[in-house]
Write a protein that binds this ligand. Structure first.
Ligand code: PLP
Length: 388
């Protein structure tokens, strides 16, 4: 540009968004004529169920929806969320003030620290993790205190290892189960400890439940809000993206403590103007229709999971079938750093994966594979890995 203006430190100090750099590597490989199998990004390859698409097509004819949406979201959408919550988790929510519509849960998570973090304040952020917890904290001028997720702790943060002086300064703790990228799950006992910790140190718990509906076999993830006292200390972020193959539609929601919901709502009403109401109507369809559509989606991922896990095991790799999420968190072979191994898979086998350290330094020694390609391609990926 022709004027001399420095970019703000908050974006200069931020690494490029993880998936943007992976995309670049992938484009390069495609340019070199490679047939790419993309296990890199958690974006469903299956289209949105037809009843949801149809509801949007009908709703767009409603001229009322052509104007600005309401900030907090259509009440009928928030009611659908409350009903879905009651059915799925047996948790009661007041749609008036305990539910907020989001432009995808990423938007809500990214903006959330602006509601509570002053410059210098601390947020407790897991590593490896979805990058937005840290980015949102930095944008608010805060600092992330890293909670490492280690295999020996089943990829749960070790709450007792957080120094009291940090805990006293912290205002938000981010947690995410079922977890991206490790695919770990959390149970009641863990959430109970988190709530006790939150009450002791006055910390808001922000639980990202984007994968609560992506489960397998007989496993059913819990909502954080099922635990006694949860609604006194926190909120939970949900997404329609993964459950209903709706990543492109940009709709999600936050639920929980009404003061916290209202603080996030205040930030949002000053920054965005809500979700296109036509999309919210499609969201109502997703949440209230026969939920066998989600079963069908789970079935597809479960089959892929079984194929990939069996294939990796046949190659002698150390891997467990995840109970939830559509990710395989794979230990790299001996002698390989995460980035070396992803580069090898891409350059020698045309397989895109995500280096674990891209989710934070504690992800070093792992790569993440997403179950977002057809099973034939999954088998092809295993064949190619065999030849390596
Ligand atoms: C995909 C994902 C989200 C974001 O979902 P959107 O609703 O599409 O913004 C949030 N958290 C985690 C952990 C995710 O993997």
């Amino acid at each position: 540009m022709k004027v001399k203006v420095d970019r703000a430190k908050r974006i200069k100090n931020l690494p490029p968004y993880l998936f943007a750099s992976i995309d670049k590597m992938k484009q390069e490989a495609i340019k070199n004529g490679m047939d790419i199998i993309n296990l890199g990004i958690g974006d469903p390859d299956i289209p949105t169920p037809p009843n949801i698409v149809k509801r949007l097509q009908e709703a767009v004819k409603n001229e009322k929806y052509h104007q600005y949406p309401s900030y907090e979201g259509l009440l009928i959408f928030r009611q659908a969320v409350a009903e879905w919550y009651k059915k799925r988790f047996n948790v009661k929510l007041n749609p008036e003030d305990e539910v907020l519509t989001l432009i995808g849960s990423k938007e809500g998570i990214g903006h959330f620290p602006l509601a509570y973090i002053n410059p210098g304040d601390v947020a407790l952020v897991p590593s490896p993790a979805y990058p937005v917890y840290n980015a949102g904290t930095l944008f608010a001028g805060g600092q992330s205190y890293i909670m490492p997720l280690k295999k020996k702790n089943n990829f749960l943060p070790d709450i007792d290892a957080i120094p009291a002086r940090i805990a006293r300064k912290a205002k938000i703790m981010f947690i995410n189960y079922p977890n991206n990228p490790t695919s770990a799950v959390a149970e009641r006992e863990f959430y109970e400890r988190v709530i006790k910790f939150a009450l002791k140190y006055n910390i808001i718990i922000a639980h990202d439940a984007a994968y609560s509906e992506m489960y397998y076999d007989n496993y059913r993830p819990m909502s954080f809000l099922e635990i006694d006292g949860a609604k006194d200390v926190g909120i939970e972020f949900h997404s329609l993206s993964k459950t209903y193959n709706m990543t492109g539609w940009r709709i999600g929601f936050a639920v929980g403590n009404k003061d916290i919901i209202s603080a996030l709502g205040k930030v949002k009403s000053n920054l965005d103007s809500g979700v296109f109401e036509v999309v919210q109507e499609a969201g109502i369809e997703a949440l209230t229709c026969d939920q066998s559509i989600a079963d069908d989606i789970r079935k597809i991922y479960q089959e892929r999971r079984d194929i990939l896990v069996a294939g990796l095991k046949s190659l002698g790799m150390e891997v467990e079938a995840p109970k939830a999420t559509f990710y395989i968190w794979l230990k790299t072979p001996k002698g390989f750093k995460s980035a070396d191994y992803t580069a090898r898979l891409l350059n020698k086998a045309g397989i895109v994966t995500t280096p674990g350290n891209g989710f934070g330094k504690d992800g070093e020694g792992y790569i993440r594979m997403a179950l977002t390609v057809k099973k034939e391609r999954m088998l092809e990926a295993i064949e190619r890995m065999k030849k390596l």
